[in-house]
Design a protein around this ligand. Sequence first.
Ligand code: ATP
Ligand code: SF4
Ligand code: MG
Length: 377
Amino acid sequence: MLLSVRDLIVRFRTHDGTVYAVNGVSFDLEEGETLGLVGESGCGKSVTNLAVMRLLPQPAGHIENGQVLFNTEDLTKLPEASMRELRGRDIAMIFQDPMTSLNPVLTIEEQMVETIQAHRRVSSVDARARAIELLGMVGIAEPAGRLRNYPHQFSGGMRQRVMIAMALALEPQLLIADEPTTALDVTIQAQVLELLQRLTKERGTAVILITHDLGVVAGMTGRINVMYAGFIVEAATTPELFAKPRHPYTVGLLHSIPRVDAGPEEALIPIEGVPPDLRVAPVGCPFAPRCAWRMARCWTENPSLGPLEPGTTVRTSGPEATHRVACWNPPTADEAAAGAPQRPGFAPAEPPEAAGRAAAGPGANRLAASPESGRDR
Ligand SMILES: Nc1ncnc2c1ncn2[C@@H]1O[C@H](COP(=O)(O)OP(=O)(O)OP(=O)(O)O)[C@@H](O)[C@H]1O
Ligand code: SF4
Ligand SMILES: [Mg+2]
């Protein structure tokens, strides 16, 4: 296995209190596999991957628990110097806004040559030749001349191509692309994604593609993990997730994006409500306040991620990966298609007695239980 993240818990300690950003996330990635990580803003996608790279915002961000096994080595235990060597060389990351990752006062040449020479014993002449080759590879015309330019002399799409070139410069085994195209217009977005897909496939690079847009991962990834409030709530191969979503949140996401094959009468339905405040320790299923399928136990017990049929042998990676869901009451196929429960007489369970909560003081109910409940994801 190339990457195995095990029970990862990340917290931020801030003046405002603790932020429960990632609450026990586990996932695997094989060599050359492409994995999508999808979910609404603030659900922990970036933080999960920054933790993998050991680039959490400091001093607030902490890995509180878990392992990040990369080629069986636990990155959470690696000395910082070894981690610096590994970044870029073995695992590279592309961010949403290339202006924040490119240095505005250095030319593209200076930045690319520096990146290459930081990890490889090559002369400046050879590093420059490699930089030209890489810029050509990502479709930049007259690469030798463009090397002398500064980042601001490139358009957004071209800057993102430069970032891809830099990320692939050292032929990493894993590329983490965090919303790599959201800052771009739709046509350029498609071109950049196509390029990313082609180059990584040619090189057998494994990819984690982070996005809030299910449409983007549809054509780009073999598997998808859906995240909500710091948990993975559904994991499946991409075709399976689109054909048979089984978590109410995934069902909601799929109904809220435009579909190519949708008829004129099929309206988009946004998911009602907002994600929970991550400054409050999670209790019960984090999706319960927004869920049309919720039952009484959902308010207090957080289901862990497991196979749809109990007792199934679970495969956590590859094209035969087991479809898993964290839900006490998954929608049926008909319900998923309709976007709402279809069982006669079914109504979502009311929150636990308001009276009990009032007696214990505001917010006490959600704070009382262990923050780690349901962490086995
Ligand atoms: N430096 C920080 N200090 C405190 N909390 C933080 C910090 N960085 C992130 N968080 C919190 O961690 C949680 C997860 O954030 P994260 O950036 O991973 O979300 P995301 O899923 O990547 O969202 P987006 O789609 O907006 O990029 C959020 O609640 C966020 O407010
Ligand atoms: S049915 Fe319950 S467990 Fe499933 S998503 Fe809804 S609230 Fe969560
Ligand atoms: Mg993010």
